[in-house]
Design a protein around this ligand. Sequence first.
Ligand code: ADP
Ligand code: MG
Length: 339
Amino acid sequence: MSSELRKQRTDTGIFRWSVDAFCGRTSCKNQRREKFCESSRRNPAEQPLRAFFGYFLPPRAKSIIARKRKEAHQFINNNTHKEKNMRKIAIYGKGGIGKSTTTSNLSAALALKGYKVMQVGCDPKSDSTKNLMEGKRIPTVLEQLKAKGEALKLEDIVFEGFGGVLCVEAGGPTPGIGCAGRGIISAFEKLAELEAFETYKPDIVIYDVLGDVVCGGFAMPIRGGYAREVFIVSSGEMMALYAASNIAQAIKNFGRRGYARLKGIILNAKNIENEQELVAKAAAEIGTEVVQYVPRSGDIQIAENQGGTVSEFVKDSPMVQVYNELAERVLAMSEDEEE
Ligand code: ADP
Ligand code: MG
């Protein structure tokens, strides 16, 4: 590397002297870093490895990455063709905002309309599908992987619940220990490897994803080509709207390379003042709209206490109609969808 002194003109017109050997090293590092960042943005399969090893990967990791990249591309290519008619929806939102409640009730409504639905819980809480499974938690993919290893079968991780909804829970580590997104990555890889979609042929797959955790695993549904459409559950609370805006930004960032689209906000009311106006305004600011207003209702708790959805336990509740409308909206949107 040359150690020649080089003159550089800065924006302010002042000459700055730098030594090539020194600048070379730093800029070389930055270039490598940029190259890696760029490559990892283009190749989502690398993200977990890069997160683990940092930007400078040992040769072994590079070969793993090459293999994972090939697998990911193959998976996306295979699935985008094979599953042309399969809706892939991700429901994002802040923790505790009502994602699992909304998703389970939506899945139940869709199932009662005759659709084959698969609901994949992508929250370390692993309680997404409990209201479709008589209030019981199902074993998670991470737990089953640990217990059964390579002998793992689809029946160990996919369970049929209310209305024939196929339930999967990704699972996660003990809170505060380990990588929270690992369950999602393992679940997605296992579902692909065991050909879950080809076997069960669902019409709609709904991913229920925690949206206030910023980590590769949680971005997986929108980044890896798994979900094509994203809905955000939000109330009018500031933190929920803040999370919604972050999620929208992430979709925009990945959207340029991937193909996930933000389809709208589901307003799950917390009965705060001017809530509908507040959320409508926030939705417009992030370039989307409110697709459904879901009021706060005690019927949710009545159904939940019996381990189910309103469609199952409070059939005469106005909430049944609300989730039916949401299901109709979601179904109608597929027709607008660009291929
Ligand atoms: P998340 O999945 O976003 O963490 P949950 O779906 O588990 O949140 O919702 C948390 C609690 O909020 C649920 O136990 C449920 O009782 C309550 N809840 C959610 N939506 C409503 C609603 N529209 N009306 C009444 N209670 C609701
Ligand atoms: Mg949940």
